[in-house]
Design a protein around this ligand. Structure first.
Ligand code: SAM
Ligand code: SF4
Length: 332
């Protein structure tokens, strides 16, 4: 096993795969202008994704996978990917997660659970039906709540709600989300609104995690949990319940020191950081489709990318002014 280690000694054990940049929603903070879509031949095929996943897991020590997008469930052949991963799971220690908007998932949940899906992160930015529709462009709150209910029934090892907080938009719902965490016995993750290409990020809409936490504390006492290695979140138990809240402070307080993440974009580019610049991406799809796309060549390309990984991402104002990739292609 040859681990993927960068110039700062960080071992990369977590691969996030954006399986498609297509999405049935249009969240205001993600890609409101719908700046183009990949044509199918620019997407990695499921065979190509599986080949990379197998290589990374069997030879390079990846122990954690997450499928994301776009909306992973819009990809019709997604279940074949989970079949392949289930086989790998019988031989290697592997935690498998999915980040989803929860609208196309409910009927597939029992099957995915049986195939070894461990962790579900479901996005839900408002508990108010009208506000939910205005943020996401889809009147889908009842469906998403039903998905949470079903996931609880099937006893997934981990179910989390992802909430991107925008000042003046949904920050008044922080207390309601604390109650939601307690009621559903799950973790609500309050995520700082991040600046990415074409997502209209502005400082006035940004609320830092400390301010979110102060608002959350008006609803209940938050008891800090021990820091988990590589964690991107600050975790708290809600006193008197089995619910938890977490804060993801990507913007106000970076957590780059413990970064163990590699990302594969929907069109097969390797990113060593969520905020990486386009010129820092490595085109693995082109390599796979070339005559010299051996496993060794792919591993070399990953190592080369890791040698150029930065120690930490730049400040938010710089990121906001930078031409990055759109969030739904990167996968969050
Ligand atoms: N469609 C799926 C979903 O919405 O969960 C998966 C893809 S989405 C890009 C992954 C995560 O990124 C979601 O939880 C979403 O809320 C988050 N996200 C997207 N744009 C963001 C932004 N500008 N700031 C913070 N989080 C963002
Ligand atoms: Fe789609 Fe997820 Fe982006 Fe919303 S956050 S537009 S659901 S990819």
């Amino acid at each position: 096993m040859i681990p993927f280690i960068d110039s700062f000694g960080r071992q990369h054990t977590y691969l996030r795969v954006s399986v498609t940049d297509a999405c049935n929603m249009r969240c205001t903070y993600c890609d409101p202008f719908r700046t183009g879509r990949f044509t199918n031949d620019r997407l990695l095929s499921m065979e190509e994704i599986l080949r990379l996943v197998r290589l990374f897991v069997t030879r390079h020590g990846i122990t954690k996978l997450r499928m994301t997008g776009g909306e992973p469930m819009v990809r019709k052949d997604i279940l074949s990917l989970f079949h392949g991963i289930a086989e790998l799971k019988t031989l290697y220690p592997l935690s498998v997660g999915m980040t989803t908007n929860g609208t196309l998932l409910c009927d597939h949940l029992p099957f995915l659970r049986a195939l070894g899906l461990d962790a579900l992160n479901i996005s839900i930015d408002s508990l108010d039906r009208d506000l939910f529709r205005s943020i996401t462009g889809m009147d889908a709150l009842p469906q998403v709540l039903e998905t949470f209910r079903r996931a609880q029934e099937l006893v997934f090892p981990s179910v989390k709600a992802n909430v991107v907080i925008m000042r003046g938009v949904n920050d008044h719902e922080i207390p309601a989300f604390v109650r939601f965490a307690a009621e559903y016995s799950l973790t609500v993750r309050f995520i700082e609104y991040m600046p990415l290409a074409q997502n209209r990020w502005e400082t006035g809409r940004f609320l830092d995690y400390r301010s979110m936490k102060r608002i959350a504390e008006e609803e209940g006492t938050l008891i800090p949990m021990a820091y988990q290695p590589h964690s991107v979140s600050k975790d708290y138990r809600i006193a008197g319940s089995s619910g938890m809240v977490s804060f993801i402070s990507s913007v106000s307080e970076h957590f780059c020191g413990g970064c163990n993440r590699l990302r594969l974009t929907a069109d097969g580019r390797l990113r060593t950081c969520l905020f990486a610049l386009p010129e820092m991406e490595t085109d693995l799809r082109a390599l796979l489709r070339s005559d010299h796309g051996s496993n060794e060549a792919v591993a070399d390309a990953v190592r080369k990318a890791l040698r150029n990984k930065w120690e930490k991402h730049p400040d938010p104002e710089i990121l906001a002014a930078t031409q990055s990739n759109v969030m739904r292609a990167i996968g969050g």
